[in-house]
Design a protein. Structure first.
Length: 124
């Protein structure tokens, strides 16, 4: 069954409108998650793509907090953020759990004696 050009255009408009609404809801959820975490002392980093949209991976945001008793100890949370009627799936939970086991943590020292910043170790 073939559709007319008007039907195709209506279908396209419907899906573009739905996509725009989903992106707005996701951005709203991310903003309020960041606000809630910031209020209780966490520093947040959103892992969006360069275009400003969500990236493909399961981790949408990272939250970091320094331990008050031991300042060299950091607490890190990997966050998957859902907005609107989206629900968490078991597959996403498995992927987040796997991501926590695969974190690669390194150290470095940055110095700026003159006009350039120098790093002690090479940054990949």
């Amino acid at each position: 069954m073939t559709r007319s050009r008007a039907q195709k255009a209506a279908h396209t408009r419907k899906w573009r409108k739905a996509q725009a609404k989903a992106q707005k809801t996701a951005r709203n959820a991310k903003t309020f998650t960041k606000l809630a975490l910031t209020k209780i002392g966490w520093k947040c980093l959103s892992l969006d793509a360069k275009s400003g949209y969500e990236y493909v991976g399961v981790v949408d945001m990272i939250a970091v907090k320094r331990d008050k008793k031991y300042p060299d100890k950091l607490h890190v949370i990997l966050l998957q953020i859902k907005g609107g009627s989206a629900r968490v799936t078991m597959e996403e939970i498995r992927r987040l759990n796997k991501a926590t086991r695969e974190i690669n943590v390194e150290w470095n020292v940055a110095e700026k004696p003159e006009k350039k910043v120098r790093f002690l170790n090479k940054i990949v």
